[in-house]
Design a protein around this ligand. Structure first.
Ligand SMILES: NC(=O)c1ccc[n+]([C@@H]2O[C@H](COP(=O)([O-])OP(=O)(O)OC[C@H]3O[C@@H](n4cnc5c(N)ncnc54)[C@H](O)[C@@H]3O)[C@@H](O)[C@H]2O)c1
Length: 340
């Protein structure tokens, strides 16, 4: 989750090489106030309130949309509201959001555990539930059944085929990928993925919406991993393989990539930040989708996921995370090399 805030600036620079000024003004209060909201889209339902769902809800609410945030777990919704509040507090402290605007934004977010109720008045749905194809197909069948006929169904999936997702609905022309980056409130890119049947006017609506959110749209076609994760995830997987083979330790691998390649965050730290379960699922989609052994997920990655070491969100991955501490500490399991 966003507990890795101290790394935020470096991570943002890694992904975009953008200036601090750009980052800080992304959700600048003045810009938010002058932004014109789409007349077509007023209510956005976000499915899933985890790492990405809370960030997506935050951004839409701050930009004036009514947000219905839905999750199957009430505690995930409670946590998401608390995280959004804390992240908005930081914006208030920085002077990029007024206390009044914060209260108004939070007031626009409603929470639901019932999907039919959450989507009943939605103009747009952004699905950000766990990266699992069967789960997403099931969700989209239900969304198609309960959402208004004109509602656009977007997925924040990192790798799963939008064409496949669209095929389980009766509105494939209205299904599209809207792939936000983590952490959503500070990352400028939205990778927009056209499914094979996506209507061009739906793509244009999502491009316009992305711009209204103060972000930069990039449209790509529907191939496994799209562009972002087709390139990023094999890099992360290779770093895990190098660790697994004992070529070097965690500090060495991440330091080499940071100091040698000017990456602001090493690949193993980035994997922890994304979530190792999400990384594993994306590699699996690339492996199956291209049928090429070069995308096979590292065994160490698979083992860590099976054992529940998911990175920041579970408190431990390659590094160990103590609430309130900014220090980057390699997990004891790797420090003592019992993993090899
Ligand atoms: N983590 C990242 O850095 C990142 C970046 C870009 C895109 N994504 C994508 O965003 C999506 C969500 O990833 P995340 O990292 O937020 O995962 P997460 O594990 O942090 O959160 C997933 C949430 O989905 C909820 N959920 C599961 N089944 C559900 C259902 N049937 N209905 C409603 N909610 C349900 C879970 O309770 C959980 O709160 C995935 O598709 C992932 O690939 C992740």
């Amino acid at each position: 989750m966003l507990t890795l805030r101290p790394q935020k600036k470096r991570y943002t620079q890694f992904m975009y090489a953008q200036s601090d000024t750009d980052t800080l003004t992304l959700l600048d209060q003045k810009k938010t106030n002058t932004r014109i909201m789409s007349s077509k889209l007023n209510t956005v339902t976000v499915i899933g309130s985890g790492t990405m769902g809370n960030g997506i809800s935050h951004v839409f609410a701050q930009c004036g949309f009514n947000v219905n945030m839905m999750d199957i777990k009430q505690d995930a919704l409670d946590r998401a509201i608390s995280v959004i509040g804390k992240n908005m507090d930081r914006q208030v402290t920085k002077g990029t959001l007024t206390e009044d605007a914060k209260q108004q934004s939070l007031g626009r977010i409603k929470t639901f555990t019932d999907m039919a109720a959450a989507v009943a008045n939605a103009d747009l749905i952004v699905e950000a539930a766990t990266e699992n194809i069967e789960l997403k197909l099931n969700i989209f069948k239900q969304l198609d059944q309960h959402a208004p006929a004109n509602c656009i169904l977007a997925s924040n999936t990192s790798s799963i085929s939008l064409t496949r997702i669209a095929s389980v609905t009766n509105r494939p022309g209205k299904v599209i990928g809207m792939h936000f980056m983590n952490p959503v409130p500070v990352m400028k890119l939205v990778e927009i993925i056209n499914g094979y049947a996506t209507d061009r006017e739906v793509t244009q609506t999502i491009i316009d919406l992305t711009t209204q959110l103060g972000k930069v749209p990039c449209v790509v076609n529907d191939y496994p991993g799209f562009i972002s994760n087709r390139i990023l995830m094999p890099l992360i997987n290779e770093a895990v393989l190098a660790l697994q083979e004992g070529v070097a330790g965690i500090n060495e691998i991440d330091t080499i990539m940071k100091l040698g390649m000017a990456h602001p965050m090493g690949p193993l730290q980035l994997a922890d930040f994304i979530g190792l379960d999400t990384c594993y699922s994306i590699m699996h989609v690339l492996h199956m989708g291209f049928g090429n052994q070069k995308y096979a997920p590292a065994t160490l990655l698979a083992n860590m996921v099976q054992a529940g070491y998911l990175g920041v969100k579970s408190g431990e991955g390659f590094y160990k995370y103590t609430p309130g501490s900014k220090e980057l500490v390699v997990s004891d399991r790797f420090a003592s090399r019992v993993w090899s």
